[in-house]
Design a protein around this ligand. Structure first.
Ligand code: CP
Length: 310
């Protein structure tokens, strides 16, 4: 069976644990090495990752590119607009062609249906580099960061997410139900996360609370997470910004979480909107480790997709 990484659920708890353990292990093994040096076992030597971006990216683009290089392989990166995709060639035909040329594909797109279609017609693994619905690679990097800082597995911890109910929220909900941590989501009215993802996670036994105040999301939180209030491609609405304003992560809100809680943000951040400088740059912030961990997690995802682990 082809191992696509379109969302967290198909990998299941065992697959996700295998990916996280491998990310931790490889990070430890190459501590202090030059970034361009290939891992000693070069497990993906000779392999090529194709990446297609329909939306801007800094972290996803650089981390996947460095990931495949450190595993001994190489990459081809393209924006959809530079490809025949942008002139109407179908996703299905693109999938068929690129499957003959590269070993795995990563797509960043607005449309989750487009990602599903790429996977349907590809004969190589397809990875979700963010859609409007989910951002599974980012959430695994967040979990890795918590485990590194806390020195224990994510299971049994409590996370508080505040802000817009978006693709990050949806993937956190999925992750919480699979890896058995508690998630408290605080969003303004009308900005709830995806109802279908929430229902599936709860049916799976996930312990997920949905609130409409930021304070309720902070109760017992070991991790405080937020994201930009206006996602890529959305219109910057004054009404939305005003509704989100009480959900800003600032020192007062952080003080409501557990002592020693860490702060995470997938970045890019809008300093002064969803988070203050004092939290971003403060002692509880783990955002730079979180960004670096995108690289280590992408390596493990690639290895899982190509059947080298798990
Ligand atoms: N967090 C994240 O996906 O960053 P980029 O948009 O820079 O890839």
């Amino acid at each position: 069976m082809m191992r696509h990484f379109l969302d967290l659920a198909p990998a299941g708890p065992d697959g996700l644990r295998a990916i996280l353990d491998e990310a931790h292990r490889r990070k430890r093994l190459r501590a202090g090495w030059p970034k361009g040096q290939v891992d000693a076992d070069a497990p993906l030597a000779g392999h090529v990752l194709g990446m297609i971006f329909e939306k801007p990216s800094t972290r996803t683009r650089f981390s996947f590119d460095m990931a495949i290089r450190q595993l001994g392989g190489s990459s081809i990166v393209s924006s959809a607009g530079e490809m025949q995709l942008g002139r109407g060639e179908t996703i299905a035909d693109t999938a068929r062609v690129l499957s003959r040329m590269v070993d795995a594909l990563m797509l960043r797109t607005s449309s989750h249906a487009k990602l599903d279609q790429l996977a349907e017609f590809a004969t190589i693994p397809v990875i979700n580099g963010l859609t409007d619905l989910t951002h599974p690679c980012q959430v695994l990097a967040d979990i890795m960061t918590f485990e590194e800082r806390a020195g224990r597995p994510v299971e049994g911890s409590t996370w508080g997410y505040v802000g817009d109910g978006n693709n990050m929220t949806n993937s956190l909900i999925e992750a919480a139900s699979l890896l058995k941590f508690d998630l408290r989501v605080g969003v303004p009215h009308g900005m709830d996360p995806d109802a279908g993802i929430m229902a599936t996670a709860c049916a799976r036994g996930g312990c997920i609370g949905l609130y409409h105040t930021p304070e309720e999301a902070m109760v017992g939180a070991d991790v405080v997470v937020t994201d930009t209030w206006v996602s890529m491609g959305q219109k910057d609405s004054e009404a939305k910004m005003a509704a989100c304003r009480p959900f800003q992560v600032n020192d007062a809100l952080m003080a409501r979480a557990n002592r020693g809680a860490i702060f995470l943000h997938c970045l890019p951040a809008h300093r002064g909107d969803e988070v203050t400088d004092s939290v971003m740059d403060g002692p509880q912030s783990a955002i730079w480790d979180e960004a670096e961990n995108r690289l280590h997690v992408q390596k493990a995802i690639l290895l899982w997709c190509l059947d080298k682990i798990g």
